[in-house]
Design a binder for this molecule. Structure first.
Ligand SMILES: [Mn+2]
Length: 356
């Protein structure tokens, strides 16, 4: 595995590449062209400039999170084929720049959903949190307003104000889309892009839906073992793979994370590791990475990744906000650095015990 950190680019991130480099455990960066709209082509020179910036800081550009999918592709409507052609062009340009990992998601309307961005924990740290009750009491168009004051002046991925201004139209686009239709549209998209992925060895890594169930009546399919294995079989090509996000699949306590990892051997191209603390099955908050701070056994999760021979980038996922840092919720420097160190420690211990 390669330890990485997500970085939003020098125009958007409060964390610098120099700081990431100094974590020491981290050798790679997962980044994106944050200003690109879904459906737009990423030009080769833009990609090259991003890569150069990362490399000049002594880091490796390990992959893109994300190249977002236009809603016409997810709904199978409008200009789907044109947007798929653009996506293929982007993949080709990434391949030409020697970038071989692309994370994406197929979630309708909301990229991910939390009902609080700064829940205060006992020790005064703040974390992202979710309660089903709060979602049930909210009308979807107000979702953005309800959390935007806690964004610390940052623009959060999937929650761009210009996108949220059209949230009602987005809901209309999805009104006749159910799980089956969404699977069908995902298959259509994957079949079209697989040739370019094979040509340039680009590993597509779908991010699960977060939380792993339907919110606001929208369909959600990347939520459990059955569905993800269905997706792997549906387009049975190793380039059709997975971002294994422990914190997203883990929102559903019925998901056995180590078992899911083992069942996805050869298809996990990217891993996100995070811990959640549950107060009840539908009230949880993000915790420190340390196993005993939450409900997940991090040793078992990292061990499962080790056992399947996982070689891709791994990153600590959302961290707590600690030491009075002001940053994008979940994406401060300090707690994610602690997470990286912890995961590297687990990995080294597992690897050395295995080799003795
Ligand atoms: Mn994730």
């Amino acid at each position: 595995m390669e330890m990485t950190m997500r970085w939003y680019g020098s125009n958007h991130d409060t964390v610098t590449l120099k700081q990431l480099k100094q974590i020491r455990y981290v050798t790679g960066v997962i980044t994106t062209l944050y200003d690109k709209k879904p459906g737009e082509v990423w030009n080769r020179d833009e990609i090259h400039a991003l890569k150069k910036e990362v490399e000049e800081a002594g880091l490796h550009l390990a992959g893109i999170e994300s190249v977002n999918i236009h809603d016409d592709i997810k709904t199978g409507k409008g200009n789907r084929d044109e947007y798929i052609a653009n996506y293929i062009e982007t993949l080709k340009n990434l391949g030409e720049e020697d970038i071989h990992l692309v994370c994406y998601n197929f979630m309708p309307v909301f990229d991910w959903t939390r009902t609080e961005l700064a829940r205060v924990r006992e020790d005064g740290s703040t974390v992202l949190a979710y309660t089903q009750k709060a979602v049930d009491e909210l009308i979807p168009e107000k979702m953005f307003e309800s959390i935007s004051s806690d964004m610390n002046g940052t623009v959060m991925p999937g929650w761009e104000p210009e996108r949220m201004a059209h949230v009602k139209e987005l809901f209309d686009m999805y009104k006749d889309i159910d799980d089956e239709k969404l699977f069908e549209n995902l298959k259509y998209f994957l079949e079209k892009i697989m040739p370019v992925c094979n040509e340039y060895d680009i590993k597509m890594a779908i991010h699960p839906d977060d939380p792993a169930w339907s919110v606001f009546g929208l369909p959600r399919i990347i939520i459990n073992k059955e569905n993800i294995l269905r997706m792997m079989k549906m387009v049975d090509d190793p380039h059709n793979g997975v971002t294994f996000c422990a914190g997203s699949y883990g929102t559903n306590l019925n998901n056995d994370l180590p078992d899911m990892i083992r069942s996805l051997k050869g298809r996990i191209h990217f891993a996100h590791v995070r811990n959640l603390k549950f107060h009840s099955p539908d009230n949880f908050e993000e915790a420190a990475h340390l196993s005993e701070d939450g409900n997940f056994d991090m040793y078992e999760i990292v061990k499962a990744l080790y056992d399947i021979g996982f070689e891709g980038p791994i990153r600590p996922d959302h961290g707590r906000m600690i030491w009075d840092e002001v940053a994008m919720p979940g994406y401060g420097l300090y707690d994610r650095a602690l997470g990286a160190a912890y995961i590297c420690g687990l990995w080294e211990a597992i690897e050395k015990s295995d080799k003795r």
